[in-house]
Design a protein around this ligand. Structure first.
Ligand code: PEP
Ligand code: MG
Length: 754
């Protein structure tokens, strides 16, 4: 006997009936037919149909009560086709009183659905992905009540889990149903941190699919939810309690987060889901699944962020329900973390010894996660579109930080190919390790100083590992970017002291804050700019708001007591800017002296050449400066007018081209003429072929990412500098846009290891 009137009795009794029907045995199709029949009767609907997604992405009618039985396994809809396809695409319910009038309605005569007007379809969601659609239809035109929609959603969620767990259909019948992606996939992205990693996917969000869906005792469950919600609100309120010194946007973001935690709508949806018979976890999951599906549709990035906040809250709530303490995050061996993006502390919260790689759906090479990943030597690939929709927790994955792609569920041959590449990498690294303590002299006796770029205290370990002779560029803004709030004077001083201590006798060149552009701090209010790369950034910001810059210089001066302090300014475009910046250093030294504080034994103030304008004013600039460092990353982006962070244009122009090389030569020659020490500190200095070009142009100080030191040293040791210089005379005269091939040929001819 089937109980009628779901709205009155709630889905609990219905779910019990479904379970009983399934337990009855018999052929799978028969049981499925029974399930749709039970739902139709309970919902007082004339039609109830279940569509499941085939691996081909088509939606197939798997069972129906009310439509023609001949249509079962015959009616198929393409993705986006018809109302069912639309629900699938949107991942949210469609509720219509006049379905045939809807523009998406697609008529399939074999189903005989002509007489039905009212239509309610809801997606079967699993992990934010629609694996099917459950539809109820009625003859009479009407909009289904909110309660009814809620009930069908609950049934759909339970059905999704039943289908996925094989409770309804045997594995053989499901072999072609796309419950979860299972085929190998290759996703193209961008490399954020070099290296190769083979491991298993761990979703940064709490895993989906709570084990227990139905509550034994609904009122007990409501109590659990209420307690968890209260704890959640308490946690967030504590975060905002004021003792953390949060300022600006961070505070606002948390404030928004708190608003969501207190949001009545969200709370109510959760409570209603529990009232309908779900466990608290299942309720969170259901509400979250709906949000996630909606989130993927939102165009407005602001809205997407806010919905992401809601998703984060759901994670937090699930963790509270599981009794987890905040902060502790376990990982399996060989984990590859999968996330949309990661916040400042997220990556550091995981057990580093088990973390092999990182895949991000968004992010940029300057994002927190990338910076920390590089510092920790964890390969990272980002901008992988649709990543989280395509990977399940536990899937084998490969992070290819050399090419910039992710391989999901790779075949054995793919794994073997990557293993072979990793072995070559390891072997080469071992060769470079052997060169660690060999000084870098060219074959004809020129000493090339190989320095390393760094930005966090953890980077300093790499000095020992690589044998670099010092830090040619310390990017001080990294400390600011990984912090939740503005680092205070003592925190800055402490970092600089640690860095100099770790460097010992080796020189460290600190670059003052290079913020703005793509390096935005959540806690520093910045106005939106149309062209941030050409905007209010780096030293421009520092000179307009000298308090921040002076605080940093004060910290540097204090940290360098009794030692040499080397400091340089980024993105200087005019000599006046440099003069003004330098004057701030003098001011701060005088300030320390007046107070009887220890000052550095020596101060060297330099300038980065990052804007083309300075190239034609070197005669004025060089006498004012103690040294210069060429930031080729920015210099080339401005020289070629190609945004370095935009993959569509960043590789469009070759640095190994006559204009770029001539510009560099002009700088090198002017420095040689005036005896100004000069180094090159952009990424190109760390690539053997590019470094070959730089040394051939006369540069003898190169500062690079740690991974470049070994390969560049191998290049230097194999180089006859005189022959290379002569070879470059003709290369520079070339009329070609890129002289990469000519330089490669020259390197081969001279037996240079590039
Ligand atoms: C550069 O622009 O070349 C440079 C070294 O600085 P950054 O990459 O930090 O902008
Ligand atoms: Mg720069």
């Amino acid at each position: 006997m089937i109980e009628r009137g779901l709205a009155v009795r709630g889905p609990r009794s219905l779910l019990r009936q479904i379970r009983e029907a399934l337990a009855g045995g018999g052929p799978a199709q028969g049981r499925l037919d029974k399930v749709v029949q039970i739902i139709a009767v309970s919902m007082v609907a004339e039609v109830c149909s279940l569509y499941l997604r085939r691996a081909s992405s088509d939606m197939e009618l798997f069972a129906t009560e009310g439509l023609k039985p001949e249509a079962v396994h015959v009616t198929r809809l393409k993705p986006g086709e018809g109302l069912v396809g639309e629900i699938m695409r949107l991942g949210r319910p469609i509720n219509l009183s006049e379905a045939p009038a809807h523009p998406s309605f697609s008529y399939h005569p074999e189903t005989g659905e002509d007489p039905y007007h009212a239509f309610l379809g809801v997606p079967l969601l699993r992990g934010g992905r629609s694996i099917g659609v459950l539809v109820v239809q009625n003859r009479t035109a009407r909009i289904y009540e909110e309660d009814e929609v809620e009930d069908v959603q609950t049934i759909a969620m339970v059905l999704a889990e039943m289908v996925a767990s094989g409770e309804i259909l045997a594995a053989a019948e499901l072999k072609d149903v796309e419950l979860a992606p299972h085929r190998p996939e290759r996703l193209k992205g961008m490399k954020f941190a070099e290296g190769l990693a083979i491991g298993v996917a761990v979703l940064h969000e709490t895993p989906v699919a709570p084990e227990k869906l139905l509550a034994d005792d609904a009122s007990e469950e409501a109590l659990r939810l209420a307690r968890a919600l209260q704890l959640l609100r308490q946690q967030i309120d504590e975060m905002l309690a004021g003792s953390h010194g949060l300022v600006g946007q961070t505070f606002e973001v948390l404030e928004a987060y708190r608003m969501f935690a207190h949001d009545r709508g969200w709370n109510r949806s959760l409570e209603e889901a529990v009232r309908s018979g779900l466990t608290a976890e299942a309720a969170v999951e259901r509400v979250r699944s709906e949000q996630r599906a909606r989130m993927s549709q939102a165009r407005d990035p602001y809205l997407r962020e806010r919905l992401h906040d809601l998703e984060d809250l759901a994670d937090r709530l699930l963790r509270i329900l599981a009794g987890e303490t905040p902060g502790a995050r376990e990982l399996p061996e060989g984990a590859v973390l999968i996330a949309r993006n990661l916040g400042p502390a997220d990556l550091l919260e995981y057990d580093r010894t088990k973390l092999r790689g990182l895949l991000l759906e968004e992010g940029s090479s300057a994002s927190h996660a990338s910076i920390v990943a590089r510092a920790l030597g964890i390969p990272c690939v980002g901008r992988l579109m649709g990543l989280r929709d395509r990977v399940n927790s536990g899937d084998p994955v490969i992070v290819d930080g050399e090419i910039g792609e992710a391989l999901l569920r790779p075949r054995t041959d793919m794994i073997e190919a990557v293993q072979a590449r990793a072995a070559v990498r390891d072997q080469r690294r071992a060769e470079f390790d052997r060169l660690r303590d060999t000084p870098a002299f060219t074959r004809d006796g020129t000493k090339i100083t190989l320095l390393m770029n760094a930005g966090l205290a953890v980077d300093m370990e790499n000095l020992e590992v690589t044998g670099a002779e010092g830090i040619g560029l310390f990017r001080t803004e990294f400390q600011f970017m990984v912090a939740e709030e503005l680092p205070r004077l003592d925190a800055q001083t402490a970092l600089y002291e640690r860095v100099m201590e770790a460097a010992g006798d080796r020189p460290v060149t600190f670059r003052t804050l290079d913020l703005g552009g793509d390096k935005v701090l959540p806690y520093l209010q910045a106005e939106r700019e149309d062209n941030p790369a050409l905007g209010w950034r780096a030293v421009r910001m520092g000179l307009d708001r000298p308090a921040l810059l002076r605080m940093q210089l004060r910290a540097l001066i204090a940290a360098a007591k009794g030692r040499e302090l080397r400091v340089m300014f980024p993105l200087v475009a005019t000599v006046e800017e440099f003069r003004a910046a330098r004057a701030l250093v003098d001011k701060e030294i005088a300030w320390a002296q007046r107070r009887g504080r220890p000052i550095p034994a020596k101060v060297r103030v330099g300038v980065m050449i990052e804007t083309p304008a300075l190239i034609w004013h070197l005669d004025a600039l060089l006498p004012m400066t103690d040294f210069i460092s060429v930031g080729t990353n920015d210099l080339m982006q401005y020289l070629f007018a190609a945004d370095r962070g935009n993959p569509r244009v960043s590789d469009r122009y070759d640095l190994l081209s006559p204009p770029a090389l001539r510009a560099l030569k002009t700088i090198g020659d002017a420095c040689a003429d005036t005896g100004t020490p000069v180094s090159v500190c952009g990424e190109m200095a760390g690539r053997p072929l590019e470094a070959f070009a730089l040394v051939s142009l006369g540069f003898t100080r190169l500062s690079m990412p740690p991974a470049g030191v070994g390969p560049v040293k191998a290049m230097v040791l194999s180089l006859d500098g005189g022959a290379a210089r002569r070879g470059f005379t003709s290369v520079l005269k070339s009329a070609a846009g890129s002289v990469r091939n000519e330089i490669e040929t020259l390197a081969r001819k001279l037996n240079v290891a590039v």
